[in-house]
Every structure is written in C-alpha cells, then in structure tokens.
Ligand binder design. Structure first.
Ligand SMILES: Nc1nc2c(ncn2[C@@H]2O[C@H](COP(=O)(O)OP(=O)(O)OP(=O)(O)O)[C@@H](O)[C@H]2O)c(=O)[nH]1
Ligand SMILES: [Mg+2]
Length: 361
C-alpha cells in the first residue's frame, strides 16, 4: 500500500471562497447540494484496508463469473484432444493459438502463451490437463502486478474518482466497493457526481441506503465539480476515511466532458490541499465489450489520469481474456473485478485466482 504526503485539512485553508477560488468554486450554492447521512453502518476509522477474504466463496464466485469464458475456451481446447492425447507440434500450436484469441485476449498474449506451451511441451504427447496447467501458470505470470490494494491517503479522506463510458458499470461498482470498504472498517461518503441523469442520483442513493453510508447529492444538472467539492468537504468534516465520487458516462473522445473530469480533479485537489488527490481514479471497463474496452482504456488513461481499472461484468462475458491485453498494454493495475450485480459481487483482483478461474477445469 502506498502512502501519501500529509494533507492539510484545515477547513479555512480549503475555503472555497478563498483565494483563486474562482477556478474551483462550485457554481452552485451549498444549498443546492444535499447531504444525507446514515451512519448506522459507519465504521471505525484508522484501520488498514483489509483485503476481502479469499474464501472458498469468493473463489467459487470468481469461477462462476468466468464460467462463460472458461467454457468457451476449454470446449475449444478440448476439441484439440483425442483420448490418447495429442502431439504438441506446429499444427497443434496453431490450433491452440486460434482458440486462445477467441477469448479476446488479443494476438500478443495468445502468442506468448502459445510460445510458452511450445517451449515446455513441444514434441511430447500431452493430455488436456497438462496443457491447461501450463496455460494457467503462464497466464498468472502475465497477470501478476505489484498490488491491487487501493492507495490510501496518509491523513484525511482518501478520494476515489470513478470514470468510464456510459453503462460500463460505474455506479454499481461504486456501491459494491463502498460495501467492501465499510465491511473492512472504513467510513465511506459517496458523491453523486452524475448530475446529468436524475435516475443516476437515485441509483447511488439506493446503494448508500443499502450500505448505510453518507451520500452527497446535487440538484439536477448541478455542476459535477461542485458535488465533488461538497463530497470531499463532507468527508473531511465527518472524518470519513474514503470519499467515492461517481461521474456521468462519457466517451474518451468528448473533449468537453473530459475537461469536466479535469475540473473535478482540480476542485478535489483544492479542497484536499494536495495534488495527490484524487488518490485513485478508477476506470470501469465492461468486460463484455471485449477488445472495445482496450480503446476505452487507452483514451481514458491518457486524458483522465487513471490509476487503476475495475473490470466489471465478468460474469456476463465470454471475453474474460480481455484482461490480458489490458494488463499488457497499460501500466494500470486491475484493482477490482465485478462478478455480478449484487452488493457482494466484487473481488479485489488476484492474478492467481483469476488465471485459475479462467482455465481450470
Ligand atoms: N452482470 C453484471 N452486471 C453488472 C455488473 N456491474 C454493473 N452491472 C449492470 O450493468 C448495468 C449498468 O450499470 P451501471 O452501474 O448503472 O453503469 P454506469 O457506468 O454507472 O452507467 P451510466 O451511469 O449510465 O454511465 C446495470 O444494469 C448494472 O446492474 C457486473 O459486474 N455484472
Ligand atoms: Mg452511473
């Protein structure tokens, strides 16, 4: 876990009406921003973020979520075998390659996996299990990353901004993440920064009610930056550990909307008195989008300063292999995976469980 420079949380220093405030002052009055509070689930503070338990339940959930990808892939690969096994030669390797790329893992990762199988098993007659084991091990090593833990602020609230294209799973992922954090002992404030759609505010409010955490909402069409400001303000005021800010869906090519994210960032930095906030900018990608998720990741990571990825909707996708090019092409760690629509359907990313769930029979 990374730690950050000490923040200045002096409320006066963060006065939005203060010097240079025009660049960041909310364009709506504080009265336009509602704050509701349900502290029944409020958790004790000053604890490390605990990883969710790697219980059998979580592993089987991950296996369940990846079953579509696994079934498609394993059925494909199984077709390559006869009862007596199969000689690993060029023909076999070509066939294996063409089946691997059907999971949307892309040419580069499929070549790496094929070459590894060639190196280890060429000229041998092998059974399906041995090939799957080799592929699983190689996939795990390709997915390994330093850490999937959230970067937490050293003091004051950790601010997490959540971005992505329309419908990728941002709001749902925020609900699930807030639940995870609260269960690990963190007090969370949600910010309904998607003021574009009234239903979006309602959706997040329902999640806040289910989790029992605070939420800051804006009037319809309020400036999302003002809601972000008020959310951080509220988090500082009540001593919350984490503020998670929702945003409206946008395309990475919509310059004005990408600039809006930049404004949210500036406002958050102003209120937190540090350029290290927001501490995380999580890009939510829809796994069912397959290779399209890659171009989204490219656009957003360049212009929104993303720090990590949430790969949502793995349960509905036969394209779970897309995680490989995401890891290969971007410096961004995958921090969480979405395994369903329910409150518990999110797991901290773990290369070993993921690779196993992707291939193991
Ligand atoms: N099966 C499945 N469905 C999911 C998952 N995450 C989100 N969804 C569903 O995907 C749909 C869109 O999710 P939202 O969270 O509203 O997506 P969003 O990115 O906030 O959408 P906009 O705010 O409209 O841009 C909803 O029906 C969710 O229930 C997941 O991990 N698995
Ligand atoms: Mg949303």
């Amino acid at each position: 876990m990374a730690f950050w420079r000490k923040k200045n949380n002096d409320p006066e220093a963060a006065n939005p009406a203060g010097e240079n405030a025009d660049a960041v002052t909310p364009k709506v009055s504080p009265q336009e921003v509602g704050v509701s509070s349900d502290q029944s689930g409020a958790a004790q503070q000053n604890e490390e973020v605990k990883s969710p338990p790697r219980s059998g339940g979580l592993l089987s959930k991950m296996r369940g979520a990846l079953s579509k990808t696994r079934q498609a892939l394993n059925t494909d690969i199984r077709d390559l075998f006869k009862a007596e096994g199969r000689l690993v030669d060029d023909e076999f390797l070509d066939e294996l390659f063409s089946r691997l790329i059907r999971t949307d893992m892309g040419v580069g990762p499929a070549e790496t996996i094929r070459d590894d199988v060639a190196k280890r098993l060429r000229a041998r007659v092998v059974q399906l299990e041995e090939v799957l084991q080799t592929i699983t091990a190689q996939t795990q090593s390709m997915l390994e990353q330093e850490s999937s833990a959230l970067k937490m602020a050293e003091s004051g609230p950790t601010v997490i901004l959540v971005v992505g294209v329309n419908g990728s799973g941002k709001t749902t992922s925020i609900g699930k993440l807030a639940n995870l954090l609260q269960k690990s002992g963190k007090r969370v404030v949600l910010g309904a920064g998607d003021t574009f759609r009234a239903a979006a505010v309602e959706q997040l409010t329902v999640w806040a009610g289910r989790i029992g955490c605070d939420i800051v909402t804006g009037k319809p069409e309020a400036d999302p930056a003002s809601v972000a400001f008020q959310t951080v303000d509220k988090a500082v005021e009540i001593g919350a550990d984490v503020a998670i800010i929702d945003t409206a869906g946008r395309l990475q090519t919509q310059t004005n909307l990408m600039q809006q994210l930049e404004k949210i960032r500036r406002v958050v930095q102003k209120r937190m008195q540090t350029e290290e906030a927001p501490h995380e900018v999580l890009l939510v990608l829809d796994a069912t989008a397959g290779q399209n998720a890659i171009s989204q990741a490219r656009g957003f990571s360049d212009s929104a300063g993303c720090t990590g990825i949430v790969l949502a909707k793995l349960d509905g996708s036969a394209k779970g292999g897309v995680i490989l090019p995401i890891r290969e092409q971007f410096q961004l760690p995958v921090k969480f995976v979405g395994l369903g629509e329910g409150i518990e359907d999110m797991a901290e990313f773990d290369a070993s469980s993921f690779a196993e769930a992707l291939f193991a029979e």
